[in-house]
Design a protein around this ligand. Structure first.
Ligand SMILES: [Zn+2]
Length: 131
């Protein structure tokens, strides 16, 4: 007695083939191209003055030295975090990771603000605030 007919085998092969294609599409392609979903930026200002802007999609380490003190910003895996600071309260290091537009890390003693902004400036951009 035969459980699988030739047509059943063909169907199973077709399903497995589709699954393989989908697996390649969803698991391998994201590693080959930069993540398209998160091209937001981290914008750092010191005392209200623009200091620098970096894409969240690229890992980056930045030493931020101000007249008020030292901070170290780490961008990794699509989010940013204050990993070092010699401010007296250390609150900025406890504010965790930011990755979405509008989220920010504030170091009050050093007057440093790191904020996530979207690349097209639609949310939380300076234009929308000033209007
Ligand atoms: Zn701080």
């Amino acid at each position: 007695m035969q459980f699988l007919t030739r047509r059943d085998r063909f169907l199973i092969a077709a399903v497995l083939g589709c699954a393989a294609v989908l697996a390649v599409w969803f698991y391998i392609l994201p590693f080959m191209m930069p993540p398209s979903g998160n091209d937001d930026l981290v914008c750092v200002t010191i005392d209200g003055e623009s200091y620098g802007t970096w894409p969240l999609s690229e890992d980056h380490e930045e030493d931020i030295d101000t007249p008020y003190g030292h901070n170290h910003l780490t961008i990794r895996d699509g989010s940013a975090q204050m990993t070092e600071a010699d401010c007296p309260d250390g609150l900025c290091m406890h504010q965790g990771r930011i990755s979405r537009p509008g989220e920010m890390i504030v170091c009050l003693p050093h007057r440093v603000i790191a904020e996530v902004i979207s690349r097209d400036g639609t949310s939380q951009g300076y234009d929308s605030i000033s209007q």
